[in-house]
Design a protein around this ligand. Structure first.
Ligand SMILES: CC(C)(COP(=O)(O)OP(=O)(O)OC[C@H]1O[C@@H](n2cnc3c(N)ncnc32)[C@H](O)[C@@H]1O)[C@@H](O)C(=O)NCCC(=O)NCCS
Ligand SMILES: Nc1ncnc2c1ncn2[C@@H]1O[C@H](COP(=O)(O)OP(=O)(O)OP(=O)(O)O)[C@@H](O)[C@H]1O
Length: 229
C-alpha cells in the first residue's frame, strides 16, 4: 500500500480536488474532518481547549465554537501554536488508525488531504507522492472571502498563517493548477489519477520481479547444491 499526500493553501481547492478523486474511487482521509472529530465533547483535546481558551469558547450545545476559535487563532501565532500542540498529535493518531483500517480492507493506496502537510512535516516521510493544489494569490483570496464571508484583512490573515503556496508548490511531486475553471482542474485530476494507478502497477511489477528473482535464485542454489554434492 502507498500513501499520497494532498495539500495546498487555505481555499486553494483541496476539497474540490479530493471530491473529484473520491468520485474516481480513491479512498480519502480528510484532516479537516478528523480535526473536527478529535475535538468533540468528552475528548481529551476538547477538555484541553476549554481549559486553555476558557468556557466562552463553548457553544450552548456543548460543542466548540469553531468560528470564535478561528478568530482567536488566526489573529495570534502564539494561540495558534497552542491549539496546534493540542490538536495535531490527536489528528495524526486518528489518521494513522484510519490508514490502518484502509490497509486491512485491502486498499492499494490512500490519499491524505492535509492542509498543513508541509508545515508540520510529521507525515511527509511516510508519503510516496505529494500533490499541491495551487491557485494564484488573488484568486485564492477572492474565493476565501466569498466562501467564508470574510473581509480582505481577515482573509489575508488566514493565508499568512500558512506556508506560502508558492513554496509548497516547489516541494511537491505533482501540482494541480486550480486558478482556472473546474473543468480544467477535472482534466488534471484525471491525469493524476492515471499516474497514481500506473505507479501502483509499477510497484506491483517490481515486487513480483523481486519475488520471482529471489525464488529463481533459491531454486538455482538448491539445484547447484544437489549437483555438486
Ligand atoms: C481553527 C478552527 C477551529 C477553524 O474551524 P473551521 O471549521 O472554521 O475551519 P476548518 O477546520 O474547516 O479549516 C479550514 C482551513 O483553515 C486552515 N487551518 C485550520 N487550522 C489551521 C491552523 N492551525 N493553522 C493554519 N491554517 C489552519 C486549513 O487550510 C483548513 O483547511 C479549526 O480549523 C481547527 O481546529 N484547527 C486546528 C487543527 C488543524 O490544524 N486543522 C488543520 C488540519 S491539520
Ligand atoms: N476551479 C474553481 N473555480 C471556481 N471556484 C472554485 C474552484 N475551485 C474551488 N472553488 C471554490 O473555492 C472555494 C475553496 O475551495 P475548497 O473548499 O475546495 O478549498 P480548500 O483548499 O479545501 O479550502 P480549506 O483549506 O479552507 O479547507 C470553494 O468555495 C470552492 O467552491
Amino acid at each position: 500500500m502507498f500513501l499520497v499526500g494532498l495539500t495546498g493553501g487555505i481555499a486553494s481547492g483541496k476539497s474540490s480536488v479530493s471530491s473529484m478523486l473520491r468520485e474516481l474511487g480513491c479512498p480519502i482521509i480528510d484532516a479537516d474532518v478528523v480535526a473536527r472529530k478529535v475535538v468533540e465533547p468528552h475528548t481529551r483535546a476538547y477538555s484541553r481547549i476549554v481549559y486553555h481558551f476558557g468556557p466562552e469558547i463553548v457553544l450552548e450545545n456543548g460543542e466548540i465554537d469553531r468560528q470564535k476559535l478561528g478568530q482567536i487563532i488566526f489573529a495570534s501565532e502564539e494561540k495558534r501554536r497552542l491549539l496546534n500542540s493540542i490538536t495535531h498529535p490527536e489528528i495524526h493518531k486518528e489518521m494513522l488508525k484510519e490508514i490502518l483500517l484502509y490497509f486491512l480492507r485491502g486498499y492499494r493506496y490512500v490519499v491524505l488531504d492535509v492542509p498543513l502537510l508541509f508545515e508540520t512535516r510529521r507525515l511527509t516521510k511516510f508519503l510516496n507522492h505529494t500533490v499541491v493544489v495551487y491557485c494564484d494569490p488573488a484568486t485564492q483570496l477572492q474565493r476565501l472571502m466569498q466562501r467564508d464571508g470574510l473581509t480582505q484583512e481577515q482573509a489575508e490573515q488566514r493565508v499568512a498563517a500558512q506556508m506560502p503556496l508558492n513554496e509548497k508548490r516547489g516541494l511537491a511531486n505533482h501540482v494541480i493548477e486550480n486558478s482556472g475553471s473546474r473543468e480544467d482542474t477535472h482534466r488534471q485530476v484525471l491525469r493524476l489519477h492515471t499516474k497514481l494507478e500506473d505507479s501502483m502497477d509499477f510497484l506491483l511489477v517490481r515486487v513480483i520481479a523481486i519475488a520471482t528473482t529471489a525464488g529463481l535464485s533459491g531454486i538455482l542454489l538448491y539445484a547447484a547444491r544437489i549437483l555438486l554434492s
